[in-house]
Design a protein around this ligand. Structure first.
Ligand code: ZN
Length: 200
């Protein structure tokens, strides 16, 4: 086993936040980043090819390693900071319908009170056939609304095993969910939907 982002052997991974072998010393990635990249590569979402349009919310640097220089890459966050191109609210995106082929938002939705509105906005700005990586920290029980506080990293939601259903209700096809999968969601046209269901 090795880091799929920078190829560092997993035997060298470091403890982080009381989790053993969590942080890669080569690229600083955590388990969730490596899981997203591994599954993104398996699904063919990564690497991101020339001509693709991607919107990256709360952007982490590692995704750039899997990005063609000829892709259109936009970054956004609620608050401006270095590396953020658009200061924008995921519940009210300043982009037209069908603007992007990929929306990447890792561990973002659990911080948004009106989460269904944000999911609908991601669906709206994605083009038909596009894919959204909407990973959240999934716990074992059902999803529940929680009171944001410092102790829970200011989360409005504690997503559970039923969380992918929210994406399906918004119109997404969700890649097979294995309990801790990285939650890749597809905005498919009817013919793609048929192809997709025949593959499951
Ligand atoms: Zn690494």
């Amino acid at each position: 086993m090795y880091c799929p982002i920078c190829q560092t052997p997993s035997s060298q991974f470091l403890a982080y936040n009381r989790r053993p072998k969590a942080r890669c010393p080569g690229c600083r990635s955590l388990e969730r980043h490596r899981r997203q990249v591994k599954e993104g590569l398996e699904l063919g979402v990564l690497p991101i090819k020339a001509g693709k349009r991607i919107l990256h919310a709360a952007p982490e640097g590692f995704l750039r390693r899997f990005l063609s220089p000829e892709a259109l890459y936009h970054t956004m966050d609620l608050h401006s900071r270095p590396g953020v191109m658009f200061e924008a609210d995921l519940c009210k995106l300043p982009f037209p319908d069908n603007s992007y082929d990929i929306v990447w938002a890792s561990h973002v939705l659990e911080h948004i009170e009106d989460v269904d509105r944000a999911i609908a906005e991601v669906f709206r700005v994605l083009d038909v056939g596009g894919v959204a990586m909407l990973d959240v920290p999934i716990s074992s029980g059902p999803s529940r609304r929680v009171q944001p506080a410092k102790l829970n990293h200011h989360h409005y939601w504690q997503p559970g095993q039923d969380w992918p259903e929210r994406y399906r209700k918004a119109g997404f096809q969700v890649a097979p969910f294995k309990g801790i999968s990285a939650l890749f969601c597809f905005k498919a046209c009817a013919s793609l939907e048929r192809l997709w269901s025949s593959l499951q």
